[in-house]
Write a protein that binds this ligand. Sequence first.
Ligand code: C2E
Ligand code: MG
Ligand code: MG
Length: 752
Amino acid sequence: MTPNLSQQEALLYIRAKVDQLLTVMGAIPLRPEELDDDTLIALDPIGIIAESFRQVIERLNETNQSLSIAASVFAHSHDSVVITDKNNLIIDVNPAFTLITGYTREEAIGRSPKILGSNRKETKFYARMWQSLQEHDLWHGEIWNRRKNGAIYAAMLAISVVRDNGGQVQHYIGIFSDISQLKMHDAELHRIAHFDVLTGIPNRRLLADRLEQAIVRAMRSGKSMAVCYLDLDGFKPINDQYGHDVGDQLLVTITARLRGVLRTDDTLARLGGDEFVLLLTDLEQIEEIQLVLDRVLAVVSAPLLIDEALVKVSASIGVTIYPSDDSGADSLLRHADQAMYRAKEAGRNCYHFFDAEHDRQVKAHRDHLQRLQEALENDEFILHYQPKVDLVSGDVIGAEALIRWRHPERGLLAPGEFLHFLNGSGLEIAVGEWVIESVLKQIEAWNAVGLGFTVSANISANHLLKADFADRLRLALERHPDVVPGNLELEILETSALSDMKQAVQVVTRCRQFGVHFALDDFGTGYSSLTYFRTLPLETLKIDQSFVRDMLDDPNDLGIVESLVRLANVFNRQVIAEGVETLEIGTKLIQLGCRLAQGYGIARPMPAEQMVDWVSQWQSKTVWLTMNISHAADENITLHVAAQSHRNWIDKLVGQLENPESETALSMDSTHCHFGRWYQSTGTTNYGKLPEFHAIAPLHEQVHNLAAEISDLAKNGHRKVAKKRLPELYEARDSLLRLIDILMENEVTNLK
Ligand code: C2E
Ligand code: MG
Ligand code: MG
């Protein structure tokens, strides 16, 4: 600050500070809440001056000189300076004091500065002021004072305390300036900043304040509030035709009319141009809003006579309601604006409500897409593979790639949980390309270990219809020269979404030229599957699992499957059934002429690394290898199914020993199992005369007895002992299966 100043220096310093202060006060007519840090720093000289005076007086005291020297300093100041004694009675004032307050020096001396007070501030205010003086020897702030003539004025006041060496109060120095002009200017600025100049109603800025307050009020009261965005229809042509003055008059008239239909607590604001916002608060029911809006539409659309011209406009209004639209002020306005556009689209002169639920869904969808984009970038997708087999030969003919999402929090997610978010987005294509690329890599990897089958990727209709689909597929194939294109199959999904048939045919035709195969997925479900199947040059038709799964129970489904198989034959296409959950279904499919199948009954989708093991285990298990299609008489198939179901039954029993909670209890009754039922019905009819068939019954009984004993042992806690008896069980099983083999061989020999 001003350490070790000479008196002369001190006086000069004070002068400079007073001038600086006045410059600042004149140049910055701002309200205190609008003062930023820089301004505050600039204004602080009041404090600095007070401090300087305090120092000067201390020095004067030190040198025992008269206070009148200080008075001459005061004479130069435009600010009023009051010096009081320790009892706070005025001992001196400067000429500026008289100018501002109207009290002469003589009138003031000996009196308390209270004569200047306006009593506008509460006692609490003065208590705080005195507390600050006691604690910090300084106070400054704004205060309302009264002139001698009674006029109230605003003053910026700084008070400093002067103490003697012992710390006792000697003087108080008050410096203040009249800031009434500043205040008036301030109020004017406030009006300009918050009200629309043309219409005098709140502008966007004030609306924002009111909206914030209204949200808080609505939150407290539990009542609703409507934000209505109003845009005039047909305003611009009037402005263009009659000029801006007429346009302005129209806006003023419309404003007056709008005010006429609103309650006093509602806010009407003009955002600019012909855009207004109505804030309707404290609403109990939606109907209230509708009533107001109907009145608004009516008053806006009533004709106006302006400068002898009869003009007419109307209003399009978008409405959003808090708290059903639980958004912040900005979003509420934006939503109302969006709804206003819908009102315009709907033909104008009407209002439209913003659909918060729909908007939430749109936002959630955007978030999901964003998360899926990250998943792709973070390599969170993975393909599982489900084998496709020839039920007759037992060959594994291929595998279908099925996407999964290794979600870091939610675990492994099936496509049904996330793929639909991609529909129609650019990301759908990116994910589709990732799938193709991954499948090509997988084909290469399996080729290297001797698995040379076809691998299918699912392709969405949107992806297939991309103009550069064929070119990009060719490039992908070029990146994997070891892949025979014929080992890649594309399953086309959602055929009903194939909006451009011509394009689809072209793409499929081109891709087939470089050897890639195509299948139509989910056949029978899409509305126009038949047209697509007839027109698209593809090899394979995949019967949708919804028909296959229940075809043994539902004659309609069976009929559909049968027709689809025939259809494929007529059009000379391969046919494969998905959703083959049991071997019985497999058997029926073969009877219907469909030998290719995929489904849980054969294998569930699995990680790629399990496929090699699965293939070898499948081939050793199957007895279909010994058969071929021409030998596949119904009976022989049922023999096979019977044998397989017997194996399955024992596998289940063993599974239960390993993991007792995993499955529901097996019935030990030998007539309840699938094999037992077959033995008593079809089996007896077809093979009842053969001795090998009769020899099966005691073996089957033996298997069940053994199984019951083993199961009891396990149940009673002797799992180890139970397991030791398994070889006996296997032996009985294999003896039974050998008899079935003999029956099968007989069958084949007979057929030959
Ligand atoms: P999809 O192409 O028809 O695939 C067959 C779906 O049926 C798979 O479901 C498979 O796990 C399931 N499935 C297989 N056998 C059986 C069975 O015996 N019983 C039952 N109940 N279901 C069986 P997933 O993996 O959940 O896939 C569902 C759908 O998601 C697929 O149907 C396909 O439309 C789509 N999808 C899967 N992966 C991709 C992909 O990489 N790209 C695209 N665009 N779509 C895919
Ligand atoms: Mg598929
Ligand atoms: Mg399918």
